[in-house]
Design a binder for this molecule. Structure first.
Ligand code: UDP
Length: 421
């Protein structure tokens, strides 16, 4: 059910929702998709954002954007270092952004009351903005949290009481980019054990309402699609490790040789900064691309959702970010999982052991193991089983978004909840 941006429904009594995304690709995409979903439900949308990785407002002329004047973060920010210590990065980002966020919110609320236009319903903040709830509370603005992880990954954090004690776990309404049929058991656990009195809204997968290209921070290389157009159905392995993960030169070479030796056509996203210390493709052996003889294609950033929906793609070798995992499930594409940090470990385990729509590439990253994994998913009967189960989940996605489906109903409950605030 992919819908394009339509004129919104009747304005919901001019209720405006403020969205506050965390400034990283895997968080910006779902938050802006959520903005589009709520806009199409009749809400006015304001996005408050950092100067770091600011979204392209031109792609959202129907939203209002409020940028921090300075987040004190952009100048020292090094994209290649993000993965080194994510908790420290988040704590520092939160600490530096309290004042600019408060100023931005105060300005917004004040200018609005002077002009007496829309009334503010609530703030929807990324869960990793620990500061947002107390700031919004000072202005008596209700808060809802967007969790950009799976429900299972969120539960794995909830198992650590210290995170709750320190205020790092959400205590307000929660929106999830997941759907009931995928995580039914986890959702029951959420209701029974952790968030008894908190309303939860699994309304995903968000990108099936609106594609993510408009929130891409890097330009997506469309030549990926013309290259895929020339490949046989289900013949290509698509390889991408998302926007943050970084690998060393040895791993880079093992991946390259594993792909070459598998003799399976590949589309590989080598984001600048993926290889630590390298600008782009310098670690590749001389003549590598000539040697694979047109069987391989490398881009800096791909239109990933279009790629995964392309009939030539048969497998996704992924770092198991939650957006990538959902995007793959939605197209019925089996995965080879190579997680790096945070929720990626849980996502990978669920792909390989719970939904059984892929395999977890464990142990040292070596070309022989890579070659075996690719053949197992692309060629062997095992892979066929993964593909069938992935296609089954794809059907579930389509059903949950239809009228009366679980995500459709959750979205209805979410809009009622926002209107009640
Ligand atoms: N993405 C993309 N082009 C690429 C690689 C990734 O547009 O070449 C998008 C992808 O579709 C997804 C997001 O970037 O929506 C990555 O989010 P994810 O949660 O998978 O991983 P993260 O980047 O947060 O590690």
């Amino acid at each position: 059910m992919e819908t394009q941006q339509e004129p919104c429904k009747l304005p919901r009594n001019r209720r405006r929702v403020i969205l506050f995304p965390l400034p990283f690709q895997g968080h910006i995409n779902p938050m802006l998709q959520l903005g589009s979903i709520l806009y199409s439900e009749g809400f006015s949308i304001t996005i408050i954002h950092t100067t770091l990785n600011s979204p392209n407002s031109c792609n959202y002329p129907h939203f209002e954007f409020c940028s921090f004047s300075d987040d004190g973060f952009s100048e020292t920010y090094q994209p290649s270092k993000v993965a080194d210590d994510i908790p420290a990065l988040l704590l520092s980002l939160n600490a530096k952004c309290v004042v600019p966020f408060r100023d931005c919110l105060a300005n917004k609320l004040m200018s609005n009351s002077q002009e007496s236009k829309d009334s503010f319903a609530c703030l929807i903040t990324d869960a990793a903005w620990f500061i947002a709830h107390s700031v919004a509370n000072d202005f008596r603005l209700p808060t809802i949290v967007l969790l950009t992880d799976s429900i299972a990954a969120s539960l794995s954090y909830a198992a650590f009481p210290i995170l709750r004690e320190k205020g790092y776990l959400p205590i307000q309404g929660i929106i999830w980019n997941s759907f009931e049929d995928l995580e039914q058991v986890e959702l029951t656990t959420v209701h029974q054990q952790y968030y008894l009195s908190i309303p939860v809204f699994p309304i995903g997968p968000f990108h099936k309402y609106f594609p993510a290209y408009s929130s891409s921070l890097l330009s997506q290389d469309q030549s990926s699609i013309s290259w895929l157009d020339r490949q046989a159905p289900r013949s290509v392995i698509y390889v991408s490790f998302g926007s943050i993960a970084a690998i060393n030169e040895i791993e880079f070479l093992e991946i390259a040789w594993g792909l070459a030796n598998s003799r399976v056509p590949f589309l590989w996203v080598v984001r600048p900064g993926l290889g630590r210390g390298a600008e782009w493709l310098e670690p590749l052996p001389k003549g590598f691309l000539e040697m694979v003889d047109g069987r391989g294609y490398i881009v800096k950033w791909a239109p990933q959702q279009q790629v995964l929906a392309h009939p030539a793609v048969g497998c996704f070798w992924t770092h198991s970010g939650w957006n990538s995992t959902m995007e793959s499930i939605c197209e019925g594409i089996p995965m080879i999982c190579q997680p790096y940090f945070a929720d990626q470990m849980v996502n990978s385990r669920y792909v390989s052991h719970v939904w059984r729509v892929g395999l977890h590439l464990e142990g040292k990253l070596e070309r022989e193991g890579i070659e075996r994994a690719i053949r197992r998913v692309m060629v062997e009967a095992d892979g066929q089983g993964m593909r069938e189960r992935a296609m089954y989940l794809k059907e579930k996605v389509d059903i949950c978004l239809q009228r009366g489906g679980s995500s459709y109903q959750s979205l209805g409950r979410l809009t009622d909840h926002i209107l009640s605030l």
